[in-house]
Write a protein that binds this ligand. Structure first.
Ligand SMILES: [Zn+2]
Length: 459
């Protein structure tokens, strides 16, 4: 297909997207009206069934695959070519609480001006509907899909996707594809689309120590009996110092540095240092950094150790002269490629033992491997160019973002390059009351996905 033919085709698809917009906003309302709160076990099976029904209504085969947790909805339709595009989304949402802060009912899609409000409208039911709308528009204009499309819609993303790596191992052939669009995509404050190519991993642990059978009067025990809170503080103090280096031997062995290509993309990202300082009321960043590309590199390419919470002794009103027998802390390590949570836990155990803290127990709570797509993959370049054509602005490419998701099995088990598209913006309030999207972003998300489909089929 010539460049002009492709442009003409895309114009017809855009027109079809405009014609069908109200229908798809209606479908978004239908999906948002079904609560699906994985953390509370509310409406999960019902929402899986609704998602499967909606896919079948669009001519897809759809099945509900059991996992150890929420089921996966798998949809598939053949196309003109056997090249296969996999669409990853999730039908579960965060709890709507606190309810009193919602200005509209959380499970009723409500239009306010140019925005659509409901729990899940941005994360992640809106992006799922943009894909269904794009697939339908392409099919309507061409008469058939130009490639095979598969939907992978899971129902426990908001609780860490614990069963997804196992499900991908189990159904590897079913999910096989040549490229994948990840669940989310946004524009930044200035309207530039963001293209995310990787996510950090996570190793979540709880440290605990017990020094006595029960708490003790501090006058009786303070000079005699070991104090669990001090033991924990001393143990924590060996993990990281004010230089921000993590002191667990071997911790950095598999941590890959940013490449020259990564640094190019980081250099082109907007500098949001001033916004961050203002938002969080900070005087400065760690290590005296003030902004620029080095701050952006540090933000994602340096692994971190974060104390999430500490618990010991008495913190109520007044004084309670007590010597605590127990203390615990929750810690997350954000990992960079190619670190793994499985390797960090024994390193941490060996480190605590070597430092004399055999009494401090380590409990592994959860983990996700980091993963990233090669920025030079042709599918990635296709998605970036398609975004630039739709939004009219150069996309912001993030080689890695600070958060974590079940990206690793997609890239390393299914072997697919992964790109992003979606309909979010900085005030989408994901996970918070009054979650919302803007209708122009919804339209652009559909258009971007439609261009990925047509261009990937022609690639
Ligand atoms: Zn979410």
């Amino acid at each position: 297909m010539t460049h002009d033919d492709m442009k003409a085709l895309e114009a017809r698809i855009d027109a079809r997207i405009d014609e069908t917009l109200d229908f798809w906003i209606g479908q978004l309302g239908r999906l948002c009206a079904q609560p699906s709160i994985s953390a509370q076990g509310v409406g999960i099976q019902e929402c899986a069934e609704l998602t499967a029904t909606m896919l079948r209504e669009q001519g897809f085969s759809a099945e509900i695959l059991p996992t150890g947790g929420s089921p996966i909805v798998f949809g598939e339709s053949a196309g003109k070519s056997n090249r296969t595009l996999l669409l990853y989304n999730h039908y579960d949402v965060q709890p709507p609480e606190p309810l009193e802060l919602w200005e509209t009912p959380p499970f009723t899609l409500t239009r306010v001006g140019d925005t659509l409000c409901a729990r899940g409208v941005s994360d992640d039911k809106g992006p799922l509907i943009t894909r269904m709308a794009a697939v339908a528009a392409v099919r309507d204009v061409l008469g058939e899909l130009p490639l095979r499309v598969k939907y992978f819609v899971e129902g426990e993303e908001e609780v860490g996707s614990p069963n997804i790596p196992g499900a991908i191992d189990a159904y590897k052939d079913k999910f096989a594809a040549d490229g994948c669009i990840w669940e989310f995509g946004s524009v930044d404050y200035s309207g530039r689309p963001e293209q995310t190519l990787g996510m950090r991993g996570l190793c979540y642990v709880e440290l605990s120590v017990e020094t006595a059978a029960m708490d003790c009067h501090s006058g009786l025990g303070g000079s005699l009996i070991p104090n669990a809170a001090w033991r924990l503080v001393w143990a924590l103090n060996t993990i990281k110092g004010p230089d921000e280096r993590i002191r667990i031997p071997g911790f950095y062995d598999n941590a890959l540095p940013a490449t020259a290509r990564d640094m190019e993309y980081l250099a082109k990202q907007p500098d949001d240092a001033a916004d961050l300082l203002e938002t969080y009321g900070l005087k400065g960043f760690l290590l005296g950094k003030s902004g620029g590309v080095e701050l952006r590199r540090m933000a994602v390419f340096e692994p971190s150790a974060t104390i999430n919470g500490l618990d010991s002794g008495y913190q109520g009103p007044g004084a309670k002269t007590v010597l605590p027998a127990r203390a615990s802390a929750k810690i997350d390590f954000r990992l960079v490629p190619d670190q793994t949570p499985e390797e960090i836990v024994p390193l941490l155990r060996a480190h605590l033992d070597a430092e004399g803290f055999e009494d401090v127990a380590v409990r592994y709570v959860a983990g996700v491997k980091p993963a990233r797509t090669d920025p030079d993959d042709p599918f990635v370049q296709l998605s970036i160019q398609a975004a630039e054509d739709v939004y009219g602005l150069e996309p912001i490419v993030a080689p890695l973002i600070g958060g974590s998701g079940p990206l690793h099995p997609f890239i390393h088990v299914l072997g697919v390059p992964v790109v992003t598209s979606g309909c979010g913006y900085p005030h989408s309030r994901v996970h918070a009351p009054n979650e919302n999207i803007r209708i122009p972003d919804f339209i652009n998300g559909i258009r971007h996905t439609a261009r990925i489909i047509t261009r990937f089929a022609a690639m």
